[in-house]
Design a binder for this molecule. Structure first.
Ligand code: GDP
Ligand code: MG
Length: 730
């Protein structure tokens, strides 16, 4: 171990082949492990030291090929070409060898040092698939290692082989690559010769590879080629065009298609040599489950049931830890109340910070459970089935099932959901999906529903919340339909939905998921929600010198006298009467206090803003407090609840039902609560989501459109609910 050297190892492979799992095994980095095609969009890196080397591991996005159709493919290919990693480990799904080899053959064509990891060796074995690794290794002149990613088997061996490969000189051993049809090969070598004669020194990649790509009419390679080679390159490109034209006439097919066919032919040949499947042993577990879960008739009800069960679980199971956290927050609040002297600062600390953040943090358990369920759906492979089931419905909007995955993720958080639309190939599909995803009710809105539904619908809260979610889904479908036939005309690209095999999820990976997301939630607590709470508090605490319409201090004085007389009465009364008298006192004094407080909060800045905008919300049955709460929800939806908390349970509120009681006595009805929930479900996305929409659509116009559209829909829907409900006599 005298000298150290950094070796860059890139992990390439099809989506779901286990790249991220192996990456995590090697680097120990915590990272999301998804279970549907194309979840890994970003490049992940990890630096480790092993066997006396510094290894830099890069997790490339999952791709099926290196033809630059999707962002993933472009990213992966650019990395391989531009960064030329020392070794590329191609993670091959051994239970799906044929599909995996397409990428493998393309990696070989680039002429980088490739090593095969035959992952999912266990799945292949239980399928009765046997792979002759030695033969495969000989045929393609590539080292092959068996791995089982989720059990961390074969990983050390894999790294050793990778290091060995990195250290060997590229020997000019006769490598077996795809041999194309004769005319294609002729054209390729013609172009290759031209390149070598005229522009070789200007190019960094292998000339054969460039020749192949030019013949395939690969836009990106063509552009770069032209950019680097100037006039000499122009000539070559003209020649390529002529050759392509000839080939087109000859095959009556685009050369690219012929070449793809040739590659598959080559792969079919390899498969024949190396793979044997024993039909008897083949227990097709996944297919059997799919007979039920993706059944035409019962598949959909089962899906709805799962989603329903998920929300029930979130709501009922979450109630217990919620209580614990609640009492914890109250404890802190009263502790702080005791040690901090009476002042404005104390008010800020208790009502602004602890009250604001505390009213949101109690929902952490609900959010954890929801995220756990989503992780479970992803990791078992059910998520892809859900997308498959939704395919027909999605086609009604003119989208395919694949778009449903971001939408379903939207239940967790819209930010990653909008990011996940990157896996969609067509720009129009992407924008359409981005526009309708915010209607999928994200977990941040859940606290609002829990408070409102919990207060006004009691035992039926779970069902009400479920219907809110359904309404969101329904409206997103409706909007999709609308956009598809107006703004974003076009047909949906044909697409085969991937159905990865069912897998028993690893608890570890589920927990990592949960932790990652709770981290996000907690970070939000310390950031935007804290700031939002302070802003809300400030607006509702100032101005301090309010001119009251009545002389409250005189009233207070009188109240003090009343208080005194009560005290005397209480001291004199017997044990039982004491309690009654105490209650009476609170009521008597409370009336004046309430009067004063409500006048005070109406005259604060917050109240003035509320009064200003409340005409907009009046037809929805929402009062000025609700209006302000909705306004603050723009920062983050969770703040809606804390604003309500600040505005309603003014002053000391260590009673856990304070908000509930305040809401109940505020003139809000179940109907107006429902209208408010509908509004919260649909109105403009939060700041972070808007930023993401801007980033992913790359257009201010679409971003503005999304904001205006969702808010208008929200208003109209809430209006219909409230006014319609009134007409029906609720
Ligand atoms: P990626 O899309 O290539 O990054 O794939 P992931 O690493 O996200 O893996 C997809 C799923 O396959 C996860 O649920 C893993 O736990 C699982 N998985 C990974 N390797 C193996 C393996 O060797 N055998 C089995 N049975 N499952 C695996
Ligand atoms: Mg991955």
């Amino acid at each position: 171990m005298s000298e150290k050297k950094i070796i860059t190892i890139a992990l390439a492979g099809n989506p779901n082949s286990g790249k991220t799992t192996i990456f995590n095994n090697i680097t120990g980095t915590r990272q999301k492990v998804g279970n549907w095609p194309g979840v890994t969009v970003e490049k992940k890196e990890g630096l480790i030291q092993k066997f006396g080397y510094d290894l830099k591991i890069v997790d490339l996005p999952g791709t099926y090929s290196l033809t630059p159709f999707s962002i993933e493919e472009i990213v992966a290919r650019d990395f391989v070409l531009e960064e030329s990693p020392d070794v590329i480990i191609d993670i091959i799904d051994a239970s799906n060898l044929e599909r995996s080899l397409y990428l493998a053959t393309q990696l070989r064509e680039i002429d980088s040092k490739v090593l095969f990891a035959l992952n999912m060796a266990d799945v292949a074995r239980s399928n009765g698939t046997k792979i002759d690794a030695e033969m495969l290794s000989d045929l393609l002149a590539v080292p092959v290692v068996f791995t089982v990613g989720n059990k961390n088997e074969g990983i050390d061996n894999l790294l050793q082989e990778a290091i060995k490969l990195a250290e060997t000189c590229p020997e000019e051993k006769e490598k077996r690559n795809v041999k194309y049809s004769k005319d294609i090969e002729n054209a390729v070598s013609k172009i290759q010769n031209l390149i070598e004669d005229k522009v070789k020194e200007k190019l960094t990649y292998k000339s054969r590879w460039i020749a192949i790509k030019l013949l395939e009419d690969d836009k990106i390679v063509k552009e770069r080629f032209a950019g680097k080679t100037g006039a000499a390159g122009e000539e070559i490109l003209d020649e390529v065009q002529a050759l392509r034209k000839n080939l087109l006439i000859h095959y009556d097919e685009d050369p690219e298609i012929v070449m793809t066919d040739d590659r598959y032919g080559f792969i079919a040949g390899i498969i024949k040599e190396v793979q044997t499947i024993s039909a008897k042993e083949r227990i097709d577990f996944s297919r059997n489950i799919d007979l039920v879960l993706t059944n035409r008739f019962i598949g959909f009800p089962i899906f709805i049931f799962f989603i329903w069960a998920m929300f029930q679980l979130t709501f009922t199971l979450g109630a217990y830890p919620m209580e614990w956290i609640e009492s914890g927050v109250n404890l802190i609040s009263s502790f702080a109340g005791n040690i901090v002297p009476e002042s404005l600062l104390k008010d800020l600390l208790i009502n602004g910070i602890i009250g604001g953040v505390g009213s949101v943090i109690v929902f952490l358990p609900n959010i954890l459970i929801l995220f756990f369920c989503i992780a479970l759906l992803e990791d078992t492979g059910y998520m892809a089935r859900a997308a498959f089931l939704m395919d027909k419905i999605m086609h009604l909007i003119g989208l395919h099932g694949k778009s449903f995955i971001p939408m379903l993720m939207g239940f967790g958080c819209n930010v990653p959901a909008i990011m996940a639309t990157r896996t969609l190939e067509s720009e129009k599909d992407r924008i359409l999906t981005i526009l309708i995803t915010p209607f999928m009710s994200c977990s941040a809105k859940l606290p609002v529903y829990i408070v409102l539904a919990g207060t006004f619908f009691a035992a039926k809260a779970g069902n009400v919340i479920f219907s809110i979610y359904l309404l969101g889904i329904f409206l997103s479908i409706l909007s999709g339909r609308l956009f598809r036939s107006t703004l974003l005309k076009g047909v949906d690209a044909p697409f085969v939905m991937e159905l990865p095999p069912y897998r028993v999820p690893m608890i570890k990976s589920l927990l990592i998921h949960m932790w990652d997301r709770s981290k996000m939630f907690l970070r939000k607590m310390g950031g935007i929600i804290l700031i939002g709470s302070v802003v809300v508090w400030t607006l509702s605490a100032f101005p301090r010198d309010i001119e009251y319409s009545a002389d409250y201090s005189a009233k207070m004085n009188k109240m003090n006298q009343i208080n005194e007389s009560f005290n005397i009465k209480i001291a004199a009364a017997g044990e039982e009467d004491k309690e009654i008298l105490k209650k009476e006192r609170i009521e008597v004094i409370g009336i004046i206090e309430n009067e004063m407080n409500s006048e005070r909060s109406e005259k604060t800045y917050m109240g003035r803003i509320g009064k200003l905008i409340s005409p907009v919300f009046e037809p929805l049955g929402i009062d000025w407090r609700g209006s302000v709460a909705l306004l603050t929800g723009f920062f983050a939806k969770e703040i809606v609840v804390s604003t309500l908390g600040v505005l309603y349970s003014v002053e000391e509120s260590d009673d856990r039902d304070a908000l509930k009681n305040a809401l109940l006595s505020s003139g809000m009805t179940p109907l107006s609560a429902l209208a408010m929930m509908v509004f919260v479900l649909l109105y403009l996305p939060c700041l972070a989501t808007i930023a993401m929409i801007r980033k992913e659509t790359g257009s201010f116009k679409w971003t503005a459109f999304s904001i205006v559209y969702s808010t208008s829909v929200a208003w109209i829907a809430a209006f219909c609910v409230f006014q319609g409900g009134k007409l029906l006599g609720f």
